[in-house]
Design a protein around this ligand. Sequence first.
Ligand code: GLN
Length: 485
Amino acid sequence: MSDIINLNLFELVSNIKDKKVSSNEVTNAYIERSKKSKHLNSYNEETFDDALKKSKEFDSKPNFSKKLPGVPIAVKDLFCTKNVKTTASSKILNNFIPTYESTVTQNLWNEGAILLGKLNCDEFAMGSSNETSYFGNVVSPIDKNLVPGGSSGGSASALAAKLTPTTIGTDTGGSIRQPASFTGTVGLKPTYGSCSRYGIVAFASSLDQAGPMTKNVKDSALMLEVMSSFDNKDSTSIDFKRPSYSKDLSIDIKGKKIGIPKEYRVDGMSEEIEKLWEDGKNYLKNCGAEILDISLPHTKFALPTYYIVAPAEASSNLARYDGVKYGFRTEGKNLIDMYEKTRSEGFGEEVKRRIMIGTYVLSSGYYDAYYLKAQKVRRLIKNDFNDAFQIVDAILTPSTPSSAFKIGEKLNDPVSMYLNDIFTVPVNLAGLPGISIPAGLDRKGYPLGLQIIGKPFDEQNILNIAYSMEDKINFKFDAKDWWMK
Ligand code: GLN
């Protein structure tokens, strides 16, 4: 079979099940392509030999009842993988080899998937461009000058470049949806509590969620089905009956009420994004949905709230990296000196910035003014969504305020970098599910995404809406393999 890498996940699975292609052939195809795609810097760690071995084992005793039978998958380097280096793209974890497996990746392997390698990301998932990685920036397959988005930039780049048939990322403030939008792929952030956080390197625990990144909506449904599970190893995991998202997928969204929040029409939004949003509404109308104007009045506070809550939690989570419990250490004159040297050398600039902001907003004297206040505003943001969902079934917004920007363009301007998350962050603050689907190209020919936000645990509904829109949008993009050597 010659066209393996162009199959979507669903097609790949059915070809494996029909014995038209073996797991080993598939694994080989992705490895060969990945080897020729070093220029993108998508991988932190390749587990190719092991993947080939596992694919042969699968082929010698195939179990076709699995949902991902012998499918090779590369994952974000934020998921702990047993006996495979897991760095979160940080120097401080540069030699960390977990002795345990994250629940989400374990769920993939339980369904027959095979690890291809660990994908680059922003350091500790802090960033929107995959430029904060200790292992260097990731290049977008869309164009040699572009960032792939972040923090799941290695995942987005690998998926769009067809180095893996599907992948997984994490989303604390947009890190699945924004890179998906920048690379013309589908990214879903599930409801908080749907996918276990066990074994995922923590950034901001009340916001972090794992989710699928895929070539299309149906693949997203299949991946979510595999990833989502109740897990008593994560105290915020929620025990609810998980639907068969891919089986129950339907393009029938007649009569669904879709809200358009006026506060998302931000100052300086480009005409292209306006038009994309307008087109989105028309697709939905053509699918039989009803469009309603709604208001989410506290939207303007979402970004400042996020940039208090997320660094606060990060500063606490990252306190564990002290040169004692994990690998990297710089020797010092005494214990305090060792801590200080280890942390100043082990963390990059952006991570240190967040630790400092987080420590500041949690410190006595500032806690009430910043952290406590932010928590209260977070509740108001959540209440806005609750009110909106009394009237509508889902909400449509652009995924990002622009298409992908140039490598280096925003690196020295953290605020303009943070503004990227303006449409995605409220969803994490409220714990809701959101999906970004490719919806068009801008003037330069770069992909743009639309986001659909749902009620808690209503992933099936946003998947259905995305599925019916995808059908109408018929997005096609061919990156032409310019990076291959
Ligand atoms: N870009 C956001 C940040 O830097 C979101 C990151 C994420 O979702 N992991 O915090």
